[in-house]
Ligand binder design. Structure first.
Ligand SMILES: [Zn+2]
Length: 113
């Protein structure tokens, strides 16, 4: 249930934005959620539906985008992507790595009326 806190944060961001542009209803929210954050999109949507009840964001459709996981090996200086939970360098198999992308989490855009 650790999606609760982050969903509350997402909701407060979009509600504030809606207030700024004087929108009455938020219809869609685009989110970038890197796989490495460990957040489950379905859980965020579920929490969002509950939390947004009686707000301008009620019924908003959340759209999740997962940027590719890009990593950099400090050992052999190689950049690579990972599609699995194995993040080790395919070349030298160390975990001496930097995460270039895949751990982002932010509201990319939203539609309101
Ligand atoms: Zn390497």
């Amino acid at each position: 249930m650790h999606e609760f806190t982050i969903t509350k944060l997402i909701l407060s961001i979009v509600l504030q934005k809606a207030q700024e542009v004087k929108a009455r209803k938020i219809t869609k929210v685009d989110l970038q959620i890197g796989r490495l954050t460990g957040y489950v999109p379905e859980c965020i949507q579920l929490q969002f539906d509950v939390l947004s009840h009686d707000t301008a964001a009620a019924g908003a459709n959340l759209s999740f985008h997962q940027p590719p996981v890009k990593l950099h090996c400090r050992y052999c200086n190689r950049d690579y992507t990972s599609d699995s939970f194995d993040l080790t360098c395919p070349e030298c198999h160390t975990l001496e790595i930097d995460i270039l992308s895949g751990s982002e989490l932010y509201v990319e855009s939203m539609e309101a009326e």
